[in-house]
Design a protein around this ligand. Structure first.
Ligand code: FMN
Length: 326
């Protein structure tokens, strides 16, 4: 049998499949199910800085406290409320799982909330995944301001913990290679490429906003695949693939591109946790067919750097000769 074990941010995983942050990883019982189904590691659902602020604002609205210190107290209270539940999730997960448990924090500012990273470390988390997503919708902010905020958040978290920190990003950067290297220098041990964001839609009968479909399709693999292939050999930190991986072939592709681990989410919602075993079996069968005994024997074999035609990885426009449709 091939050896599927990998090292990710210095953690030893029995295989490269990680159950991504979502409601699939939101309770200790669900996390146990992930482990039993064969996951190499789990990323807990995120604790959101934004969500904490909303809850606190709600508390403030409900009472007339009329004093800034009272509001301050409430803010602390709101933080503690969520934080305590989340710390319990980390502790419960660590008590019952033997695979690595990665806590996930979502932040939009480098403010005081970053101190909670230390508590996650004390609760036993093996690593932290930082989910940072700043929508560039403000006309006053230029790209350097926005990217600077990403770096400050990572530095603030790194100042709190020695644990490995992964940064989960969306795909919208003008120069992703520069941002990726800057994040690594700021202390990121890994980058997760890419997050898939909440989709906005309109209800044209009610004239209201509506949520778009929340799960990915296998067609969405290409953006992450391209960027992992482009970055994996030079970025200097581990890469974890996310978005659009729905089967064993998708897992193989991401590893060939150079990913250390592959995160699954939508396919597990659609097909159930049994999908993990199917992906692992397909990965093993593929490795056997190709004579690979271990993941490192083929990881990155199809990265841009390993390719005799590196320029093909940078092709953005459709040209007759490549598409063959015209
Ligand atoms: C219902 C749902 C909840 C999610 N919650 C989180 C979350 O709390 N934190 C996070 O970083 N990503 C979250 N995600 C994004 C997933 O972790 C993943 O990156 C995304 O779904 C793309 O991967 P996929 O194509 O395998 O679904 C969520 C996704 C879904 C569908």
């Amino acid at each position: 049998m091939p050896d599927l074990s990998v090292s990710y941010m210095g953690l030893k995983l029995r295989n490269p499949l990680i159950v991504a942050a979502s409601s699939l990883t939101g309770t200790a019982a669900k996390l146990k199910r992930c482990e039993e189904a064969g996951a190499g590691a789990v990323v807990l659902k995120s604790l959101f800085e934004e969500q904490i602020e909303v809850q606190t604002a709600q508390l403030e609205k409900e009472g007339d406290y009329g004093h800034p210190e009272a509001a301050d107290y409430l803010r602390q209270f709101g933080l503690r409320l969520n934080q305590d539940q989340y710390l319990k999730l980390v502790k419960d997960a660590k008590a019952s799982l033997s695979i690595p448990v990665i806590a996930s924090l979502n932040g939009v500012s480098p403010r005081g909330w970053t101190a909670y990273a230390a508590k996650l470390a004390a609760a036993g988390a093996d690593a932290i995944e930082l989910n940072i997503a700043l929508l560039a919708s403000n006309y006053e902010h230029n790209a350097a301001d926005i990217e600077g905020t990403y770096l400050k958040i990572v530095q603030a978290i790194r100042a709190q913990v020695k644990l490995p920190v992964a940064v989960k990003l969306g795909p919208y950067f003008t120069s992703l290679p520069q941002t990726a290297v800057a994040l690594r220098r700021a202390g990121a041990a890994a980058l997760v490429l890419f997050n898939r964001f909440y989709q906005l839609d309109f209800d044209i009968e009610k004239l209201t906003l509506a949520p778009g479909y929340h799960l990915s399709s296998p067609d969405e693999i290409h953006q992450s695949l391209r960027w992992i292939a482009l970055l994996s050999s030079e970025v200097g930190c581990d890469l974890s693939a996310s978005t659009g991986v729905h089967d064993g072939a998708g897992v193989v592709k991401m590893l060939l591109a150079g990913a250390k681990t592959v995160q699954l989410c939508s396919t597990l919602f659609l097909k159930g946790m049994g999908r993990l075993q199917e992906c692992l079996k397909d990965l093993e069968a593929w490795m056997q067919r190709h004579g690979f005994a271990a993941i490192e024997d083929f990881r990155g074999k199809m990265s841009q750097e390993a390719s005799p035609d590196p320029q093909l990885y940078e092709r953005l426009q459709y040209i007759k000769v490549y598409v063959g449709l015209e």
